[in-house]
Design a protein around this ligand. Structure first.
Ligand SMILES: Cc1cc2nc3c(=O)[nH]c(=O)nc-3n(C[C@H](O)[C@H](O)[C@H](O)COP(=O)(O)OP(=O)(O)OC[C@H]3O[C@@H](n4cnc5c(N)ncnc54)[C@H](O)[C@@H]3O)c2cc1C
Length: 397
């Protein structure tokens, strides 16, 4: 399939995750009345992947079926299910499933990130990941077969903590071992970190900090120093990587393959391309944004607003974002919410226990209704903390 040339301005959004879908809904809502602009969204699945709930999916819990084409109904945006296999920056085209070609005038690149399965031998072959709903479902199938045994969660970051807690709570008959270089909650204040530690202990998770997996085998993991742990399943949550498509397309990328953007979220090498979410390297005064849903949705909204301003002949504004919290679930009834400064450093304030669990659930459930609201009223999605002095641009004297 090769699309016919039209005179309309073609906006093409790649990836309908937290960031790409925010961009798509915003664009569709904001150009709805314009006959000279089209919006097309490409995504691997029709179903929206709530990545924040993947530890639940991986432990066999039911999560809602959220349908992207249904969400886009009435907006005029076209949804194309399929897998993007190449982007041709010169021809301004995108190949889908190798045999379809879509052309664009402006591209929003939001293909997200996946677990880094390439850095340690055996991970690709023998470990489970939470890169997609399908990956999480395969772990759920494996766990359903186990009456006893050991599951190692490799990586003591937030995904590792949430996954270990969920596993231990749902499968008390299994030994859950959380292996990582740093202590769980290392970036939190001492009170929040201690709470994480005691919650994991209460759930029966064995925490192995200062440890590093060097190899994954079919029935064991090897650690630095030569120790080996016999396993029945390994969940890999250590590190992320992005699709190689941006590098292959010739876009300027950082050392991790993320598209380097200017302050308006445009690619520094290809001004007709905007990058959002985990796939983008977005500089703020305090550093490059790290992948979160918290920052990803605002990048999608801002890219859409920038594009619409450009179409109107106006100058796009710089993107500013400040972090405000790190909510971490510890099973279904417990959590920690670490409030943060805009640069993501921890404040003294944190919530714990049931109140924190309710807070976390509210945050996790909020993106989908937010998209629904933005469809009708795009300005409703344009509020997020801008980061104050942490993101204000310094004026040269
Ligand atoms: C288990 C887990 C828990 C997390 N918990 C939190 C949390 O509590 N709070 C938080 O702020 N962040 C959390 N994150 C991080 C957060 O999920 C990501 O930062 C966020 O999903 C990034 O949004 P995105 O739109 O850039 O990418 P994604 O949400 O990953 O979306 C990318 C989309 O692109 C599609 N896609 C990718 N490649 C292709 C292709 N070649 N062709 C077609 N489609 C493609 C994917 O299918 C997907 O729909 C968590 C991540 C994980 C894995």
């Amino acid at each position: 399939m090769n699309e016919q040339r039209t005179t309309a301005h073609r906006l093409l959004v790649l990836g309908a995750g937290y960031a790409g879908l925010a961009a798509a809904v915003q664009l569709a809502a904001r150009v709805k009345e314009r006959a000279d602009v089209t919006v097309t969204v490409v995504n691997a699945e029709e179903r929206f992947t709530e990545r924040l709930r993947l530890p639940m999916t991986a432990t066999g819990q039911h999560v809602a079926d959220l349908n992207i084409p249904q969400l886009l109904e009435g907006t005029g945006a076209r949804f194309v299910p399929g897998w993007v296999t190449a982007v041709d920056a010169d021809a301004k085209s995108v190949r889908i499933d190798d045999d379809r070609v879509l052309h664009y005038d402006t591209l929003v690149y939001g293909l997200g990130s996946v677990a880094d399965t390439a850095s340690v031998p055996g991970v690709e072959d023998y470990a489970y990941t939470l890169s997609s709903a399908r990956d999480a479902e395969s772990l759920a199938s494996r766990l359903a077969q186990l009456r006893s045994g050991t599951v190692v969660v490799a990586g003591s970051g937030l995904t590792g903590i949430e996954s270990a807690a969920e596993l231990a709570e749902q499968y008390p008959q299994l030994n859950v071992v959380l292996v990582g270089r740093s202590e769980p909650g290392a970036a939190m204040n001492p009170k929040a970190k201690a709470y994480v530690r005691s919650a994991l202990l209460r759930l029966g998770v064995e925490v192995r900090s200062g440890a590093e997996v060097t190899k994954v085998l079919p029935d064991a993991v090897e650690l630095v120093g030569g120790e080996s742990i016999a396993v029945d399943a390994v969940l890999w949550t250590s590190g992320t990587r992005v699709s190689p498509l941006a590098t292959a397309a010739g876009f300027t990328v950082d050392e991790r393959g993320r598209i380097v953007t200017d302050p308006t979220l445009r690619s520094v090498s290809h001004p007709d391309v905007y990058a959002v979410g985990d796939a983008a390297a977005i500089q703020q005064r305090y550093g490059v944004l790290h992948g979160t849903c918290q920052s990803g949705m605002p990048t999608g909204v801002h890219a859409a607003v920038s594009i619409v301003r450009s179409l109107q002949g106006k100058q796009p504004k710089p993107f500013r974002f400040g972090y405000y919290h790190t909510p971490v679930s510890l099973g279904r009834h417990d959590a920690v919410v670490q409030f943060t400064r805009p640069d993501d450093s921890p404040r003294r304030l944190c919530l714990t226990g049931r109140l924190a669990a309710r807070y976390k659930e509210t945050v996790t459930a909020s993106p989908w209704p937010t998209y629904g609201r933005m469809k009708k009223m795009p300005t409703s999605g344009a509020f997020w903390p801008r980061g104050g002095r942490f993101t204000r641009r310094q004026v040269a004297r």
